[in-house]
Design a protein around this ligand. Structure first.
Ligand code: SF4
Ligand code: SF4
Length: 266
């Protein structure tokens, strides 16, 4: 990274930063003019890959539609996904749809504000009136489709150690299914891929199977290939009801496994 450079392209009042290694990043702004500037920069080889950061799903979506975006920085945590907090823009289902659209378009998401600016870590400030741990918030963000990395702010070495402890955390420590208690009505019954319902007696990875199915429905051409690589497919579900009885999000998983099996043909 020794030759890393940072430039700002001249462009009215808006900022377009170009970081060395050919990655350009936009932070919101008036899209038509920005789009023109970026196309020019791409044509001239100043930028080889484009990134965009925004808190607004509609802005992300409009830029995704240009087909120019490779990377998205977006604020993701359970509070924002449930339409609460400063940047809780969009409904739970619309935000989930956005993540699937990013995956389909091959745009990786880097997550900002995974702890909701720290509010989620404290019962007094959390909109859920219950604290989550950093580990739970990181796992939640990593489970969303298209998410490649989570970038929490760190103020000191202790913050950094706290974040890195995620790497040694057990499955129980990572389990964020407690948020099922706060699920808004419009998100109830939707699988969030948390795998709290494990273990499945037949060894089905319920979260992954559901994620690949949702991605396939969203038009992600790679999803079928990922599904094919799973050792145990939805068709092997014996309808025992164990997962359904354990799911805090009230997902009708037995019926869903039949639907998924029909869709993929196994
Ligand atoms: S069925 Fe429920 S518990 Fe299982 S992965 Fe989906 S949301 Fe989580
Ligand atoms: S209902 Fe199917 S997916 Fe769920 S635990 Fe039983 S066998 Fe596994």
């Amino acid at each position: 990274m020794a030759d890393m450079q940072y430039r700002e392209l001249p462009h009215g009042g808006e900022k377009i930063s170009v970081i060395g290694l050919g990655m350009g990043s936009i932070h919101e702004g008036s899209e038509m003019e920005i789009e023109k500037t970026l196309e020019l920069a791409l044509e001239n080889g100043v930028i080889r890959h484009l990134g965009l950061s925004s808190h607004d799903p509609e802005i992300i979506r409009r830029f995704l539609d240009t087909g120019l975006i490779d990377m998205v920085m977006f604020s993701i945590n359970p509070a924002y996904d449930y339409s609460t907090g400063d940047y809780g823009i969009g409904t739970a289902s619309d935000r989930g749809k956005l993540y699937r659209e990013c995956e389909r378009e091959g745009a990786g998401i880097s997550v900002m504000k995974p702890f909701g600016g720290g509010q989620l870590l404290n019962a007094k400030t959390s909109p859920f009136k219950q604290a989550l741990t950093k580990t739970q918030c990181i796992r939640y963000a990593l489970d969303r489709p298209a998410v490649l990395t989570v970038l929490p702010g760190v103020r000191n070495s202790q913050d950094l150690k706290d974040v890195l402890s995620y790497l040694d955390a057990s499955e129980e420590e990572q389990d964020y299914s407690v948020i099922g208690q706060f699920t808004p009505q419009n998100a109830d019954g939707i699988c969030v891929y948390c795998n709290h319902c494990q273990p499945c007696p037949k060894g089905l990875n319920v979260g992954m199977i559901n994620k690949y199915y949702d991605l396939a429905l969203a038009g992600d051409e790679m999803a079928k290939g990922h599904y094919d690589k799973l050792e145990v497919k939805a068709g092997e579900c014996i309808q025992c009801g164990h997962c359904e009885s354990r799911c805090p999000f009230h997902v009708k998983q037995e019926a869903r496994m039949q639907e998924i099996s029909r869709y993929f043909g196994e």
